[in-house]
Design a protein around this ligand. Structure first.
Ligand code: USQ
Length: 389
């Protein structure tokens, strides 16, 4: 299969590129290195030492003999160049990971809010528009988020995979009409809001232009490496631990590795969905290799393997490593506690074999967080981005 990976240099993108290439797919990376620019802006970098994208590509060629092509363009701005790549490469599928993906970064300032909305919404719309203009039969696989459903109290009903069956009173009083609608959205940050807006774009282009679209509602990713990124240190994936881009579990693992009290926001009663990076690449591949049928509505799959309360995660890591836990004032505007009963069956039915926390946590602390602990800048750990001034 010919696949374009938008955002192929990023945290989920790079291991996806390698996994697809290893499976024999022909891969073109489109990336403007925005994630690396954010490192420069924030004066924070990956805990793991990542080499430049051309060096990554050369290392992959050296190790496997396989070619990767990189096109440097901004999907949100360079529409004509994007269309040119589609028309010359003629992909069967596009994996869309070209969005600013950090909630705290999206909330830092008006400038960051506007950048996140402009970049994410335009990147998605340009991609959809270019697929239609190319006239090609391209399956779009998009990385969405479990955060579109919201993290209210929950508990009384289950979160479905995208669609809810509802009953609406009929006009003639002949009994309720049953209908399937998309689950209501309830974003908790500007970043999460952009993924809600993406859903409207997908709905329209699927309805009007019959585009084949899979929207993966992903949980919080943890872990660093996959079989391919472990082949050579130059192929290592990035590991974000800073207050803007680091996600909670990887942050806790790094904090444990350097003996920094675990930074639980509020009481830690927040329940969130999690998935290992190995499973991310499996899921994306499963979705790509079995596209929706022509004419099928937007396929929405929940991409997560387990749910945990933040305080429980902290207690688990503290128990494993002896590090202290500190409960900080929550910089976010979010429910102090919630449950998250979500269905995530389809990808497992399609063949996903999950890596669960119990199996992978200790390995991650030892092999990644401890190994590169000396690269950590303690000044970058705390979250400085606030949801309300
Ligand atoms: N949290 C802490 N301590 C920390 C960092 C975070 O207690 O040091 C808490 C947050 O307050 C929040 C939870 O942990 O309640 C999750 O925060 P996070 O930064 O790990 O994840 P989030 O901001 O929700 O976003 C991340 C990714 C995003 C992805 C999303 C999946 O950045 O790309 O879409 O996870 S989900 O949350 O399931 O929507």
């Amino acid at each position: 299969m010919k696949v374009i990976v938008l955002g192929g240099d990023g945290f989920c993108g790079w291991p996806t590129v390698l996994h697809l290439s290893a499976r024999g797919h022909e891969v073109v990376i489109i990336d403007n290195l925005a994630r690396r620019s954010a490192d420069d802006e924030l004066k924070a970098g990956s805990l793991t030492p990542i080499v430049s994208l051309p060096e990554r590509i050369a290392a992959w060629k050296e190790k496997t003999g396989k070619d990767l092509v990189w096109k440097s363009l901004d999907v949100a701005k360079d529409y004509d160049a994007l269309l040119d790549v589609l028309q010359s490469f003629r992909p069967d599928a596009i994996v869309h990971l070209a969005e600013q993906r950090a909630a705290p970064y999206s909330m830092k300032s008006p400038k960051h809010k506007r950048y996140t909305v402009e970049n994410n919404v335009s990147a998605t719309h340009n991609t959809l528009c270019a697929i239609v203009e190319s006239g090609l039969d391209i399956h779009l696989v998009h990385m969405g988020t479990m955060g579109v459903y919201g993290y209210g109290a929950g508990g009384k009903t289950q979160i479905p995979e995208g669609y809810l069956t509802v009953e609406i009173p009929s006009l003639d009083g002949s009994g309720p009409v049953t209908q399937e609608i998309r689950h209501p959205t309830d974003p908790g940050s500007i970043y999460h809001m952009t993924k809600c807006l993406d859903q409207e774009l997908f709905y329209y282009y699927n309805k009007n232009d019959k585009l084949k679209i899979t929207d993966l509602h992903q949980g919080i990713v943890w872990g660093t490496n996959t079989d391919q990124t472990l082949l050579d240190e130059r192929l290592i994936n990035r590991f974000d631990y800073d207050g803007d881009y680091g996600t909670v579990l990887n942050r806790f693992l790094m904090q444990a590795a350097i003996g920094y009290p675990l930074t639980v926001h509020g009481t830690g009663g927040q329940t969130r969905a999690f998935i290992h990076i190995r499973d991310v690449v499996q899921c994306l591949t499963l979705a790509l290799e079995s596209p929706p049928a022509n004419g099928e509505r937007v396929r929405i799959l929940n991409q997560m393997t387990e749910t945990h309360r933040i305080a429980d995660l902290a207690a688990m890591i503290a128990g494993m490593t002896g590090v202290e836990v500190s409960f900080l004032e929550n910089p976010r505007n979010e429910a102090a506690q919630n449950t998250l009963p979500a269905i995530a069956r389809t990808l497992q039915d399609m063949g996903l074999k999950p890596t669960l926390l119990q199996e992978g946590l200790l390995q991650e602390v030892m092999h990644v967080a401890q190994r590169y602990a000396n690269r950590c800048d303690r000044e970058r750990i705390l979250c400085t981005s606030r949801w309300k001034s």
